[in-house]
Write a protein that binds this ligand. Structure first.
Ligand SMILES: Cc1cc2nc3c(=O)[nH]c(=O)nc-3n(C[C@H](O)[C@H](O)[C@H](O)COP(=O)(O)OP(=O)(O)OC[C@H]3O[C@@H](n4cnc5c(N)ncnc54)[C@H](O)[C@@H]3O)c2cc1C
Length: 321
């Protein structure tokens, strides 16, 4: 971030785009409209870039320029009949935080398996309604977070221009929350949708930290499965629902096999080598979870019931029909 002393030089974010010598300068040209007297010429823009770097004769090649409008918008619904909104057409955020594309990819990941299941006749059409109820609250949360990040830039700018060291220190330190946002990225739970709540209470989201959990709605936690660190629990999830049992819960896998054959639904069957609560596993030694193709937990039973096949079949039926 460049906050120049010179009032005629605009504040800018400068991002590297190839790891070497290609850069993107992002700057504001107005609040609600283009406030410049006239568009900058290419040469004027090169002078601005040189001013930002502080090297008067820097060799600059201008590759491209474009204008876009910063906005914070979330569609009222992400589904109407046969139409599904995914990515920027469902939600647009200020780019501060890097959530736009990430959210779009998460949308597609959420919707793809649901479409596949409905089109193959494995689930009722109402499964598709869960796309909007699951993704929309997360889009709204990411919109709010990105917008807060954007406002902070203005406050940091004001602080730097005030030259008050306490004010500057405060806002520069707070800027750290913009960059450290893994909780905002990975910590969301789907509370309402293709998930069977187990009665546990959702923990408040902490944007800065991600606490893995196998609670229904959460992303199933990552754990390396071999010392070479090439295969993770996350690699288990692809096109099918997966039954994941605790280390002493083999009966669940047997039950999964029976259910899969009985209802003609392919199920993937996996057993955790260990289930340390510190890694986010609360399913216990003899429990199991049912994980969706997108890696989110759909259902959890952290003990072994008398008839695990019945429990599993009941959960799948509630989720898909
Ligand atoms: C400066 C900036 C920095 C960003 N940084 C990040 C970041 O660090 N991390 C992040 O996650 N996100 C970031 N984003 C956001 C990210 O770029 C967008 O969220 C993402 O590109 C949206 O993808 P999309 O496929 O939904 O839409 P788009 O990328 O807009 O794709 C839509 C496509 O549809 C095409 N199209 C439009 N109308 C038609 C039509 N009628 N027929 C056929 N084609 C059509 C368009 O030409 C376009 O190619 C940033 C955005 C900006 C502006």
């Amino acid at each position: 971030i460049i906050i120049p002393d010179k009032p005629d030089l605009p504040r800018a974010g400068i991002l590297n785009t190839n790891g070497r010598d290609r850069w993107l300068t992002v700057t504001q040209i107005g609040l609600t409209k283009d406030d410049r007297e006239r568009p900058w010429t290419d040469q004027e823009f090169i002078e601005i870039a040189r001013g930002h770097v502080g090297i008067r004769d820097l060799d600059v090649t201008l590759l491209n320029r474009s204008i876009w409008r910063v906005s914070m918008q979330v569609a009222e619904t992400f589904r109407k009949g046969r139409v599904f909104l995914v990515g920027d057409c469902a939600h647009r955020f200020p780019p501060t935080g890097g959530f736009g594309l990430n959210s779009g990819v998460q949308d597609a990941h959420n919707l793809a398996w649901k479409l596949a299941f409905v089109l193959k006749g494995l689930a009722d059409e109402k499964l598709l309604d869960s796309y909007s109820s699951e993704r929309r609250p997360i889009a709204q949360s990411n919109a709010n977070f990105s917008y807060g990040n954007r406002l902070r830039f203005g406050l940091t700018d004001d602080a730097v221009r005030s030259r008050d060291p306490d004010r500057i220190r405060f806002w520069i330190n707070d800027m750290d929350n913009h960059l450290h946002s893994i909780g905002q990225n990975l910590g969301h739970n789907y509370e309402e949708g293709a998930v069977i709540p187990d009665g546990t209470v959702a923990k408040a989201l902490n944007s800065r930290y991600y606490t893995p959990t196998d609670r229904p709605g959460a992303r199933f936690p990552h754990m390396w499965l071999e010392p070479s660190r090439k295969k993770s629990t996350l690699d288990w999830f692809d096109k099918e629902f997966t039954v994941v049992s605790g280390p002493l819960g083999s009966e669940w896998l047997e039950a999964g096999k029976q259910v899969s054959e009985r209802i003609a639904l392919p199920l993937s069957l996996k057993q955790l080598p260990s289930a340390d609560p510190a890694d986010g596993f609360q399913l216990g030694m003899r429990g199991a979870v049912l994980v969706r193709p997108d890696g989110h937990v759909a259902w959890r039973m952290p003990w072994l019931p008398s008839d695990p096949a019945k429990e599993l079949a009941g959960a799948l039926s509630a989720l898909l029909h």
